[in-house]
Design a protein around this ligand. Structure first.
Ligand code: GLN
Length: 276
């Protein structure tokens, strides 16, 4: 069999041409070849039996609807590759907007930052790498913490990113110049309507907050004043239509909304607030 035949027969089974890239990526990772090797060698006969076995296993998972990132065990975020497993949320491009805003506010000055619900650590590690800041990365799920630690080692930021087991806030009081979070913000109804790929494979606890969707955001905001000095920033990723509720929570906690960033779909997605 030729590589091109393997590619075509896989695509036919998926019967969705938008999966072409995913199939190509799986072939490349299974046979340990890069893009140009795949395209140059696509009319060669496959001789790598182990590669073929690896591809068939991986492809079966794709066929079953598993996200590509979990099959590959990695995902790009802010130009770097993070390890992921089904224990953590797959980093999303929307979250890069939060990182971009955080970097803008931090400038070149290293700061003390708290990342609530760190997951893969994509936010915490990116901020630590690019600003040399010290980040406390809080995560309550044990299996997620293992992925977080793997990424901290992978990027060599052990001295600046401290993984901490815990929910919402550290037990001991501390002052941070910035708190960031991409917390669970889906309502139970949102969850029921989420794509199968998400519902069947991503961790529900990383996505669903409660009946309204804003419960965890509200708790983060209510707890923030104990950990922020006047002038410090709180950056939160939020769900569609949640901004109004958020503004109420912020006001009650003595925080002022500075800005709300829209995502690529035009949805209000990242709230930037400041401690009065
Ligand atoms: N902080 C991680 C991310 O943004 C995980 C977020 C989560 O699990 N809700 O991808």
């Amino acid at each position: 069999m030729l590589y091109s035949e393997l590619f075509a027969s896989a695509l036919k089974k998926l019967d969705r041409n938008e999966m072409a890239t995913a199939v190509e990526v799986l072939i490349e990772s299974s046979f340990a070849i890069n893009r140009s090797q795949f395209w140059m060698g696509r009319n060669q006969t496959i001789r790598d039996a182990n590669g073929l076995r690896r591809f068939r296993r991986a492809f079966a998972r794709l066929l079953a609807g598993e996200p590509l990132a979990y099959i590959l065990g990695k995902k790009e975020f802010y130009g770097e590759t993070f390890a992921v497993s089904p224990a953590v949320l797959i980093p999303r491009p929307e979250t890069e907007l939060l990182v971009e805003k955080a970097l803008e506010l931090l400038g070149q000055r290293p700061a003390r930052i708290l990342d609530i619900g760190s997951g893969s650590g994509c936010i915490a590690i990116t901020l630590a790498r690019l600003t040399r800041s010290h980040v406390v990365a809080l995560e309550k799920s044990r299996p997620a913490l293992r992925v977080l630690k793997r990424n901290i080692e992978r990027f060599g930021v052990q001295s600046r990113v401290r993984p901490l087991a815990g929910d919402l806030y550290p037990g001991r009081a501390a002052a941070f110049r910035m708190i960031v979070a991409n917390p669970p913000y889906l309502s139970r109804q949102d969850w029921l309507e989420a794509p199968r790929e998400i519902r069947l494979h991503e961790p529900k606890t990383a996505l669903v907050s409660g009946r309204a969707g804003t419960e965890i955001l509200a708790r983060i905001i209510a707890g923030a004043p104990r950990f922020l000095e006047p002038g410090s920033h709180l950056l939160l990723e939020i769900g569609q239509g949640q901004r109004r509720a958020l503004c109420g929570f912020l006001k009650a906690a003595g925080l002022r909304e500075l800005e709300c960033v829209r995502d690529y779909a035009g949805i209000e997605r990242v709230v930037v607030a400041q401690m009065e």
